[in-house]
Design a protein around this ligand. Structure first.
Ligand SMILES: Cc1cc2nc3c(=O)[nH]c(=O)nc-3n(C[C@H](O)[C@H](O)[C@H](O)COP(=O)(O)OP(=O)(O)OC[C@H]3O[C@@H](n4cnc5c(N)ncnc54)[C@H](O)[C@@H]3O)c2cc1C
Ligand code: SF4
Length: 495
C-alpha cells in the first residue's frame, strides 16, 4: 500500500543532522518523506562506549522529532541494518527514489550505491572533495600547513587583504605552554536530560553524564559557552594536559560538528565575530581557526583522497595485540595512561594531545597492530567517525602508512609528557630513567622503537637526528632488556 504521495525518500544518516545542509536543504514537506534508520547491526556490531551510542541515537531521535514538529513526514524506524530499513520504507512509497547527500564513509557510500540512491554533494564540510583532490594532486608531500594557508585565503578567514591577520600564519611559538599553576578553569557546561534522553538511556541500560548535548539548541549553547568562556585562552594551553581540568580551554564541539548538529561555517562565523570584538587575541583565534578550516578539512580531504584501502596500512609491521590497559585502566600503573583511560571511560572524550602523545604514542612504540588500535579508538570516542579516525590513526597516530601523510612519526619519551602535563610527579615511574624497575615505560620504549626501526628512519631526514641519538646511549643492551620486560609486563597488565 502506498500511504502518501511521496516523490522522494530523503535519507538522513545520523551524522547529517542539520536542517539547512545535505538532503534537507531543498526538502519539500508536501512531497518528500524523511527516512532515518536506527540500525541494529550498527548498535550491536561492536562494544561501543555507552555514552557514544546514547549521544548518536538520542541526537537523531530529537532531530526527527524537530522535523515532525516542522511538518515533515518522518519515517524513523529500527531495522536490522540500514539497507533493510530503507527497503522497508521503499515498499511503503513505491517508485520513490532514495535521495541523500554523499555519505561520510566508504562503507555507507557502497551500501547506498547498491540501493541506487541519488547522491547530492556533501556540503557538511567547507572543502568539496574534488577541490581537495586537485590540491593534493599538485603536492609532493601533503603538508597540512600548505593546505591551511590556501584555505585562509580561499575562505577569506582572518585575512587583512592578502596578508594573514596579525602578520603571521601561525602563532605556535606563543602557544604550547605547559599547564598553568594556581589557575581557575571555567566551570563545565552541563546539559540537562529530557524525556527522549531518558527513553534512549533506558533502552541502552545506561546512565548518561551531562557532558554532551543531544539537541541543536544544546550544541549552540556549547558553541556560545566556548566563545564566551574559553576562546580567548584557547591557544596558549591547547597542547597542555592538566590534572585539575579534563577539557582545559578546548571547545568540546567535535561531536556536534561530526553529527551535523553544528556546521563548521557556523562555528567559524561565531569565532570571527568574537575575534572582531577585540577580546580574543590573534594567537587563540588563529589556533582555533586552524583546527576547523585546517586540520578538520584536511583530514576529511585525505580520507577521500587516500581511498578505502588506506586503513589497512601496516608499514612498520606492528602486530602486537591490543594491550589490556586500553580496556581497563586498572591494568596499568602508568599514571598518564591510567588517568586518560579513566577519563575516556567516564565521558568518551580526551583532547588531541592525550589521543596523540599518550594513546597513539603508546600504540606506536609498543608496536600495537594499527587496525586493532583503530577499532578500539572508534569504539570509545564520542566523536569517532571513519573519515576522521582513519587518517588520524593510520597516518598521524601510529605512522602505519610509512609517512604518506605525516613526514615523521609522533614518537616521544617521558620527558615530553612530563613537560606538557603534571602526571609524572605522582607516578611510580620516572620519566628521566630509561633502564631499571622505575624507568618510565615511554622513555624505555621510545629508544627501543627507534632502535627497532633505525634502518627505516635513517633514510628520513626529519628522523636522522633522533636515530643518531641512539649512538650516544652507552646502556643500549640494558635498555633493550628492560624494553622486553616492559612489553611483557604491559601484555600482562602489570606495568
Ligand atoms: C589520534 C587522534 C584521533 C582523533 N580522533 C578524532 C575523532 O575520532 N573525531 C574527531 O572529531 N577528532 C579526532 N581527533 C582530533 C581531535 O583530537 C578532536 O577533534 C578534538 O580533541 C575534539 O575536541 P574539541 O572539539 O574540544 O576540539 P578543539 O581542540 O576545541 O578543536 C576544535 C575542532 O577542531 C577540529 N579538529 C582539531 N584537530 C583535528 C584533527 N586532527 N582531525 C579532525 N578534526 C580536528 C575538531 O572538529 C574540533 O572540534 C583525533 C586526533 C588524534 C591525534
Ligand atoms: S613517568 Fe612515564 S608513565 Fe609515568 S606519568 Fe610520566 S610519562 Fe606517564
Amino acid at each position: 500500500m502506498n500511504p502518501g504521495p511521496a516523490q522522494r525518500i530523503l535519507y538522513i544518516p545520523f551524522d547529517q543532522l542539520h536542517r539547512n545542509y545535505g538532503a534537507l536543504k531543498d526538502a519539500n514537506k508536501a512531497t518528500d518523506v524523511i527516512a532515518m534508520i536506527e540500525s541494529q547491526a550498527m548498535i550491536e556490531g561492536a562494544n561501543w562506549h555507552p555514552e557514544r551510542l546514547f549521544f548518536l541515537i538520542s541526537s537523531a531521535r530529537h532531530f526527527a522529532k524537530d522535523l515532525q514538529t516542522e511538518g515533515f513526514t518522518v519515517d524513523y524506524r529500527k531495522a536490522t541494518n540500514t539497507p533493510t530499513g530503507l527497503q522497508e520504507i521503499q515498499k511503503k512509497y513505491i517508485g520513490a527514489p532514495i535521495v541523500c547527500a554523499e555519505q561520510s564513509s566508504f562503507r555507507l557510500t557502497e551500501k547506498l550505491t547498491a540501493l541506487n540512491a541519488e547522491f547530492i554533494p556533501n556540503d557538511f564540510f567547507l572543502t568539496p572533495r574534488d577541490l581537495f583532490a586537485s590540491w593534493a594532486a599538485t603536492q609532493k608531500s601533503y603538508l597540512m600547513e600548505n593546505f591551511y594557508r590556501k584555505q585562509r585565503v580561499r575562505l577569506n578567514i582572518l585575512m587583512e587583504g592578502d596578508q594573514p591577520a596579525g602578520g603571521a600564519w601561525n602563532f605556535d611559538k606563543d602557544n604550547r605552554l605547559p599547564p598553568p599553576k594556581n589557575y581557575t578553569w571555567p566551570a563545565y557546561l552541563e546539559h540537562s536530560r529530557d524525556e527522549i534522553d531518558t527513553e534512549v538511556a533506558k533502552e541502552l541500560n545506561m546512565s548518561p553524564t551531562t557532558t554532551w548535548a543531544t539537541t541543536r539548541k544544546g550544541a549552540l549553547a556549547q558553541l556560545d559557552y566556548f566563545i564566551k568562556n574559553h576562546f580567548a585562552h584557547f591557544g596558549p594551553y591547547e597542547d597542555a594536559i592538566a590534572l585539575d581540568s579534563w577539557s582545559l580551554h578546548h571547545s568540546l564541539l567535535s561531536p556536534y560538528l561530526n553529527n551535523g548538529l553544528l556546521h563548521p561555517a557556523e562555528v567559524i562565523k561565531a569565532a570571527e565575530k568574537a575575534f572582531k570584538t577585540g577580546r580574543v587575541p590573534i594567537g587563540s583565534a588563529e589556533a582555533f581557526v586552524r583546527q576547523i578550516i585546517g586540520w578538520r578539512e584536511y583530514v576529511n580531504g585525505m580520507y577521500w583522497f587516500l581511498g578505502p584501502e588506506y586503513r589497512n596500512h601496516n608499514q612498520l609491521q606492528a602486530n602486537r595485540k591490543l594491550l589490556p590497559l586500553f580496556e581497563d585502566p586498572d591494568k596499568t600503573q602508568m599514571n598518564c595512561i591510567k588517568s586518560t583511560v579513566t577519563d575516556i571511560n567516564e565521558r568518551a572524550w580526551v583532547h588531541h594531545i592525550p589521543r596523540l602523545m599518550l594513546l597513539s604514542n603508546l600504540a606506536l612504540v609498543t608496536g600495537t597492530n594499527p587496525q586493532e588500535f583503530l577499532e578500539w579508538m572508534r569504539r570509545v570516542f564520542i566523536d569517532a567517525t571513519d573519515w576522521v579516525m582513519v587518517p588520524n590513526i593510520i597516518g598521524m597516530g601510529v605512522h602505519a602508512d610509512g609517512g604518506l601523510m605525516m613526514t615523521k612519526p609522533y614518537a616521544a619519551g617521558g620527558a615530553y609528557i612530563s613537560r606538557m602535563s603534571n602526571y609524572c610527579k605522582s607516578c611510580v615511574y620516572n620519566p628521566k630513567l630509561r633502564t631499571g624497575d622505575t624507568a618510565c615505560p615511554f622513555t624505555t620504549l621510545y629508544w627501543d622503537f627507534l632502535d627497532r626501526h633505525k634502518e627505516t628512519f635513517a633514510k628520513n631526514h626529519r628522523m636522522s637526528q633522533q636515530v643518531f641519538g641512539l649512538k650516544r646511549l652507552s646502556d643500549l643492551p640494558e635498555l633493550k632488556e628492560r624494553a622486553q620486560e616492559v612489553l611483557e609486563g604491559l601484555e600482562k597488565g602489570l606495568i
